[in-house]
Every structure is written in C-alpha cells, then in structure tokens.
Design a protein around this ligand. Sequence first.
Ligand code: URP
Ligand code: ZN
Ligand code: ZN
Ligand code: ZN
Length: 478
Amino acid sequence: MTTTLLTGGEVVSATGRGPADVLVDGTRIAAVLAPGSTLLGHDLAGSVDRVIDASGKYVIPGGIDAHTHMQLPFGGTEASDTFETGTIAAAWGGTTSIIDFAVQRTGERVEDGLAAWHEKAAGNCAVDYGFHQIIGGVDDDALKAMERLVEEGITSYKLFMAYPGVFYSDDAQVLRAMQKAADLGLLTMMHAENGPAIDVLAAQLAESGRTDPYFHGVARAWQLEEEATHRAIMLADVTGAPLYVVHVSAKQAVAQIAGARDAGKNVFGETCPQYLYLSLEEQLGASSEQWGAFEGAKWVCSTPLRSRAEGHQESMWRALRTNDLQMVSTDHCPFCMKDQKELGLGDFRKIPNGIGSVEHRMDLMYQGVVTGEITLERWVELTSTTPARMFGLAGRKGVIAPGADADVVVYDPRGRTSIGVGKTHHMNMDHSAWEGFEVDGHVDVVLSRGEVVVADGQFHGRPGHGEYLRRGLTQYLA
Ligand code: URP
Ligand code: ZN
Ligand code: ZN
Ligand code: ZN
C-alpha cells in the first residue's frame, strides 16, 4: 500500500475551500489536515512514500462524467473511443469516473445489452466506470428486466422520446417504464425531444435540398425539446417517478424544469459544455476549405446546438448558477469525420450524432470560474459532487474526505490548456470539436484510487486499473 501526501494546496469542495494537506493511504483518503500537520509527533512528509507538492494549486475531487457513450453503435457505425482510449482521455482531463450507457435497442433483450457492455468495458478502463441502462424497447420483458438492475448496481436508466425505430419509446411505453421505476427507486433519464415530429421536419428539409449539417439544427427545433420536456415531466408526475433530463440545450426546456422544481417535483437537469459554448450559427453553420458546409458535421449532436441570437447559451450558464440545472456531463459520443460523419455527406439525417469532450469537461467548466459565470465551489459541485450524489456514489466519490476513494486532481489555476489535435488530444477522433480553445487552468496531477495516473505531462495509468462501480440509489430522494 502506497502512502501519499499532497501538501500546500487549497482543497476545494462543493461548500468551501481552504489550505489543507491530504493524506492518502492506499486507495483511500486517510485524512485532510491543517497544512504542515504532524501525526503523533511524526513529520508526515518524511513518513510517506510520496509527496506531491500542490502549492499554489487547487486540490479537488476527481471529475465524474455521468454521460458517456464509448463504442456506441449508432447510425451504421460505432463511437470511435473504446473504453480504453476514452477512459485514458478522461484521466488526462481530470475525470476519474465515467458512467456509460449500456444499450438495449428495440428488439434486443436488456440482459444481453448489459452483458455486452460489461464485456466491452471489463479490464479495459483506465479509470472507474459505472453503467446506466438504455431501454430502447419497453415491453413486458424489458419491464421485468428492470427489476434486476438495482442488484447489478445500475440505479438509473435512459429512455428516448426521439430516434423512432432505434431507441424510441412512445408515451405509453414511457409511462409503463416510469411506473416500474417509481416502484424500484430507479432514476429515469430522459432524452426529451419529440422524435416523430423531428423526423417529419427533417425529411421535408432533406427532400427540398436542404441537406447540410446546419439543417440538423433546424429540424430539431427548440419547441420540440420544450414540448417533450414538458411531457416527460407530466408523465413522471403521474407515476411519482423522479426524472433527470439529459443534455438540455433549449432555454425553454430549462424553464420547464425550473417550473417543475418550483412546484416541488423531483425533476433534475443536466447540460453539456457544447450547449454552453457552441452554437447553431457558428458551429453547425460552419464551412471550411476541406469540408465546405459539411464542416458543421463535427457538431451534429442531439439535442442540437442552439442559436446564439436566441440566447440559449447564456441561459444555460444562468441555470447552472441558480440550480435550475444541477450537473454538467459531456454526452461524449465521438465520431471521426473520415468514414463516420462522412456517412451523412449529402444528407444530414445520416450523420452519426455526437461530440467528443470527455477529456475537456473539467477545463471547459473551469473557464466558467475564470469568467465569473460560476464559483470555484460550484465548479466542483457540478462536475463531481452532484454527479456522485445523483448517481449513488456519495461517500466514495465526489469529495475530498476521510474514507472516500483517493480520486484527486491537482489543478493549476495559473496553467494554460490549448485544446486541439496535436496539443491535448487523446480521444480517438480525427478532429476536435474544441479545436483552438485556449483556456486558463491545467490538470497537473491525477490520482485514481491512490494511484498516480497523470503527472508531469505523462500518463502513468493503465487500462484495467478502472473498476466497475456498483452504484446505490440517488441520494437526492433520501
Ligand atoms: O448526439 C448524441 N447525443 N449522441 C449520443 C446519443 C444520445 O442521444 O445521447
Ligand atoms: Zn440522448
Ligand atoms: Zn448521450
Ligand atoms: Zn500545469
């Protein structure tokens, strides 16, 4: 068992900050001590195996990205990060746990989907990983299978009001799944967009020759996100099931969530860095010498990037401050341009949906601290502490406290991070959705359960170090 002392840093939690030394014994945090403390007269720095100097830096709990899709089969291809490459990229960026989505598609058995996901991940992850379960075909078998999820350590599952024929559930299916979830204490995660309506608009656009990636954003109108969010809230309310709305991008959808929360409903919302920084006009509407207007394919994801003129991005930041939204995950779902996004050349409907960001979430969100959008404590809360509580990992993850797993990041506020291919890029993608982003702040050292996985600009971890996280029920409903 290795002992490590992190000295001289400022420990930041969701509720405060202060100078402290952190003692790690094996895989766990043993003590958080006044700076320079001795233990029974012993100089600690002289008694431990390893001292990490965190002077002038923040010491924060490792990030938890509760929304990733490694190796997701989608649109005739598969997300380009494996559990190995994706979790190594996560580690580089200060994320020490991911929660990925095991997939059952219409016509498949939930048990088979889950077993396949364990097979993909086991022995390959560089940081810890848990699963949510996607239920893409709610029927009697699937409802029965939900009963086994809690004992598998899977306490949340995702439904889709979008993607007819692939993952889609109609209102009757949603209602039945939510009734079951209410019984079992499972948290329902909802992809809230009106898929059937979107498909009509998308077909009309494509048939009239409007085939560029930009029209992906036009077809997926904010009204269809607002409407589905409202419907999901009402269906959940009828059943008594708590609801977590994923990848919220429309300010009108935030207003639905805020209204439900004000009315005392157990409704939660997540947004992603892309909805805070990127837009319909600048990214989906982008054009380049290499790709022409197909450049925008790099940012085709659902829900889509929204219009900056309409003010959605500002509204997301505000919602993060006011707790109308509680978390920031990435929805990491990377596809290369070559051979993958390219499938949609000439028809935006065939572009595989997704953006890769698992490596950059902590840096991108720290930028919100630099610009004054959020406080340092809120940064930790949104990226680590709340994900741990929301998804049944509280006590183990998301805090720097005795007994918690020693997932620790030393973050240098005076450092700089240049994001882009050939710079900080470890995700398995041929481009970066964040190319050219220069941010203040730098992930210097990363510990995953007491092991140094990133330090001195080097990756020191290994695939297989990451363990499967059996999760408990959400702590928000205790
Ligand atoms: O575009 C996205 N978000 N791709 C991943 C699948 C999903 O809906 O989360
Ligand atoms: Zn989704
Ligand atoms: Zn997703
Ligand atoms: Zn640095």
